[in-house]
Design a protein around this ligand. Sequence first.
Ligand SMILES: [Zn+2]
Length: 375
Amino acid sequence: MGFDSFLGNSSAKALVLGMASSHRVSGALLFTGPEGVGKKTLALMLAKAMNCERQNGDFCGKCSHCLKAEEMLADTREDADRRRLIKDAQKRVEGLMYFDLQLIEPFTRYILIEQVRKMRNVAYTRPFQLPRRVFIVDQAQAVHWQAVDLLLKMLEEPPESTTFILVCPNGYELRPTIRSRCRRVQFLPVDDGLIAEILERDGKLTGAQKALAVRVAGGSVAAAKTLDLAQFERRRRPWLDFLDAVAGPAQRAGKTGAGVTSATTSNWPLIFDSAKALTESRADFQEELRIGFTLLRDIMQTLESPEGAQVVNLDLQPRLKSWASSLGLAGVERLKRGLDEAYRLQTRNVNQQLGLEALAADLASSRTGSSLVRE
Ligand SMILES: [Zn+2]
């Protein structure tokens, strides 16, 4: 319990610890840095430390204030989950209730003006149950443009009883006027040594698996803690089939001799099956896409420097080389456009499988110079 349990980002942690132990926390803070390195975690820890009954610059997790803070956090998360499921935009923000420790985050794409208005209505009043109110605005870059002025006003006239912590991956996505009102705490990717240590606690990974897992976690403590390598490999498999089908070792397709259409025609079953596997579950598609993007980045890097590429998918290096040389620059760019498009459309009700098949057809035809005919 306490700040000791926070891993990595020692300078951000030292800065926050300094504020907590001197009881001098700025009215507005901005936590920026990559996903999964603990920005929100440290913000919550600070909120608890500001309220812990012991007032020793840390939090005990046991006193009534710490327990209350934990309870508020659980309730606010539950409320957000419930609201996300509400289809009607107006109803989604009806009857908002803000606790003294409140996480304010986008229910869908934006943090809406109603959410910011509610903040303002509450921020200037005395806290109800805790000594100090803390509003943590997660994904602050998602505050709707109509609400940015309102947020700025609050930061310009900071309420005495409320501390704002804005959390966002890239501070430059915020308006400079917002940025300049906040004391900034910068987070960095966590170094591979610490990620390896976190993975080590599990003790189940072999050396090669660990090296891959470190790359997959990509400097994120959260990713390292929850990484299931077997699941990653399982989800990655359809991508490997997909890439083999469009850019694999040349023409294993024509081997039966029965192929009278295009040489790559018989890759269709593989394309079809892999596109189907990738898109089968809408809930998993986002994760599938994330893996697709790691492969794309690896292929791009391999294309640029075949020997010195810093790839994520360490175990696939020979295949990455063969895909990269087979796709070439034009193919890689087409693949990127295809994945970007899939990413853009992921929340809409479109048939992603057809999209991936069209992408495959495009890639294969640009490679063989002939169009891919479906049997
Ligand atoms: Zn406490």
